[in-house]
Design a protein around this ligand. Structure first.
Ligand code: PMP
Length: 360
């Protein structure tokens, strides 16, 4: 068996010990005689798996008691509609900060349900920087302020928490949740698709302050009404059971690594190896403002784009996969989520040096 270094933006690499344990437990989970995939979501075994996953997530992120944790389906794109449906609460306007492709998708979808005020935009920098808070034009009557905490395609990340006063802050954290500690109490709602730092696609996590739920628009599908899901422990419909089980194993793995402070230190080391090398080279470039660079998704370009195909071919030959940048930005993108070991980043930089030496 050969495992590659998988730099995919998502679904992305998972910790190998988690995959091994899941393989061991595949046919018979803890003497139950069943795979987790085959269990009733209402049986005592799965209820224990679900409760443990939630408890570990609460512990890792230090989620305060007045926040609900929901394990839903529908992905982050689903949340782009589900958030306004639930959080408008009689208001008609919401603020959105546009930092790139994923914010734009959120803005477009929210426009079906409310009047969107784009409070700030990264357009002036061609989305290579996060607009500074003093340039934001917030609407005091907004139902909430929405940000994307890490733009998976563009590679910009907030390294600070916006201050939105009494207006709840909502964050799409799909691509940087669990990469470092955060102060959950600064947010009204956090959502994330699972397929980067959490587990398999199909699970969507919502963390929401409990005073914000219970006023969903009448058109809200019952399965996407936060209050109804909270009242039913996310079991109003059948939850993505296997994905929740794997997420629980990933949460335990993060805890075993030393929790989010240790994970952050590891992520900073990995990102520094890559950015420092790109900055030291005339052959490769990063367009992103230094203070806003993502620790999770590192886009970079070869100055001579005609070498892109050869670069990718050589990477594949060295078992480094999925380095091609998103079609909208071109170039390369190395996604280095929690599960990417430091050796993967070192191998990439060694290859980049070798490629530069033979093509520079
Ligand atoms: N937001 C961000 C920041 C993302 O990276 C992604 C997926 N790449 C999405 C939203 C969309 O997530 P999903 O496909 O799970 O709906």
């Amino acid at each position: 068996m050969t495992r590659v270094f998988n730099f995919s933006a998502g679904p992305a690499a998972l910790p190998e010990p988690v995959l091994r344990l899941a393989a061991e437990e595949m046919l018979d989970w803890h003497g139950s005689g069943m795979s987790v995939m085959e269990m009733s979501h209402r049986g005592k075994e799965f209820i224990a798996i679900h409760a443990e996953a939630e408890a570990l997530l609460r512990e890792l992120l230090a989620i305060p008691a007045n926040y609900k944790v929901l394990f839903l389906q529908g992905g982050a794109i689903g949340q782009n509609a589900i958030v306004p449906m639930n959080l408008l609460r009689g208001k008609t306007r919401a603020d959105y900060v546009d930092t790139g492709d994923w914010s734009k998708k959120s803005i477009k979808e929210a426009g079906h349900y409310c009047t969107v005020n784009v409070a700030a935009s990264g357009k002036g920098s061609n989305f290579t920087a996060i607009p500074k808070q003093d340039a934001w034009r917030l609407d005091p009557d907004a139902a909430y302020v929405h940000i994307c905490s890490n733009e998976t395609i563009g590679g910009v990340e907030y390294h600070w928490t916006p201050d939105t006063g009494s207006v709840p802050l909502v964050a799409d954290m799909s691509s940087n949740i669990l990469s470092r500690p955060i102060d959950v109490s600064r947010y009204g709602l956090i959502y994330a698709g699972a397929q980067k730092n959490i587990g398999p696609a199909g699970l969507t996590i919502v963390i929401v302050r409990d005073d914000l739920i219970g006023q969903a628009l009448p058109i809200t599908p019952t399965a996407f009404d936060y209050a109804q899901q909270a009242a039913n422990d996310s079991m109003l419909n059948t939850p993505p059971t296997y994905a929740i089980y794997i997420a629980g194993l990933v949460f335990r793995w993060i805890k075993d690594q030393g929790g989010l402070a240790a994970i952050e230190a590891h992520n900073r080391r990995k990102a520094a190896i890559l950015y420092d090398f790109v900055d030291s080279s005339d052959f490769y470039t990063s367009p992103i403002a230094r203070e806003d660079r993502s620790l999770m998704n590192v886009p970079f370009k070869l100055r001579d784009e005609s070498l892109d195909a050869a670069f990718l071919k050589g990477a594949e030959a060295r078992a480094m996969k999925q380095l091609k940048g998103h079609r909208s930005v071109g170039g390369m993108r190395a996604s280095i989520y929690n599960a990417m070991p430091i050796e993967g980043v070192e191998a990439l930089v060694a290859y980049m040096k070798e490629f530069e030496a033979s093509n520079g």
